[in-house]
Ligand binder design. Sequence first.
Ligand code: HEC
Ligand code: HEC
Length: 390
Amino acid sequence: MIARTAVLALLLATGVAAAQGLDWSADEVRAVLRHGPWPPPMRPDPSNRVSGKRDAIALGEKLFFEPRLSRDGRLLCASCHVPYRGWQDGRARALGLAEVDRNTPSVLNVRMQRWFGWDGAGDSLWAQSLRPILDAREMGASAAQAAALVRGDAEYGCRYRRSFGMAPEADDEAVLVGVAKALAAFQETLVSGRSAFDDFRDALARGDAAAAARYPRAAQRGLRLFVGKGACNACHLGPAFSNGEFHDTGVPFFIRGGVDPGRHGGIRRLQASAYNLLGRYNDDRSGAAATRTRHVALEHRNFGEFKVPGLRNAALTAPYMHNGSLATLADVVRHYSELDVERLHADGEAILKPLRLTPQDSADLVAFLESLTERESALGERQAALPCSP
Ligand code: HEC
Ligand code: HEC
């Protein structure tokens, strides 16, 4: 400690300190390295036989922007998952045919998720993609409408055949599932670009102090809080900054005079769904993909728990939390700083305590969160799909 202080004094005296990074301990470096590398490799989804297939991606991309997939012909997936707004809508709560109770999450990096929706009611990306098509408050369509669209459009029919190796089925529900699997294949390609944080993380991995020092000091201090005193990485873990699980962070869950049961309701909906991985539409014959679903168990503590959202590009996706109740990242940091422990209702939630951050600490945490913003969209390299005609 004495030696470190002496060196620091020397550096300050010579005016070099500003160009240096913080002094990172081996434990801190290990914690930081776990948030990369970025982007992670693509792994096809075994429950979706068209995952990673070119024609399915092209089909899914067209369908994502297809208004005829909604009851009134005016809503598309992209109405709420707006590409130029970080693939969400900027609203507190989504507005489809009616207002929904929850905030629209971004679909960037969605393939890194383990459960889908704020309550994890979906156990696959394709099952989750099917839900808004049928939900009366979102797109309000039906299997028959989706199937008729695909059968009646030459290009859709062509891509469907190339993706699935057969013409759209006679059974409407089977075609609806095919539509959802193509939508999933497209969304698997949506990955955020690299951020200032990634350059810092990789510089630490290489031991390249000069490159690491380019990461702004405020962001470095914020990162130190994130993996240290703040223990944010207890939940916001891994390359996408989510452990994929469900927690209670004391966000009020009252909605329109009722309550949003969060994960508790999600598990019930998951178990009741005909489209879960235990059902007939799971393409993974090995049964491995369904293991988590088979073992999910409803517990009292799940009440009021919500999925830990990823934090990449968070600066682009205000407002925050499952109900959009916090307007800015500074508000989110204040929420954790002034946490009302009385509100933590889930049994056994012992990770969180009010952090009582100084204004400087709070600003540093925000600077760190902002450094997770992609410098440029990774979607720039997309190739236009070749036309498909029978
Ligand atoms: C009316 C606005 C709206 C429309 C239209 C909409 N979504 Fe969503 N989307 C949401 C909301 C709100 C959620 C969160 C749902 C929940 O937690 O129950 C969500 C969640 C998702 C998720 C899960 C993300 C995650 O991180 O878990 C995926 C995937 C998704 N939507 C894909 C789609 C696709 C594909 C379409 C078109 C077929 C679509 N959405 C249409 C509002 C919308
Ligand atoms: C106990 C697990 C846990 C810890 C620890 C935790 N978070 Fe969270 N975080 C969550 C959950 C769960 C949500 C969503 C809560 C909701 O919607 O009701 C969330 C939401 C967020 C959001 C909003 C993201 C969005 O898109 O809406 C941000 C930003 C965030 N956390 C940052 C942090 C920071 C910074 C820390 C450390 C000070 C932290 N979190 C600590 C679980 C945690």
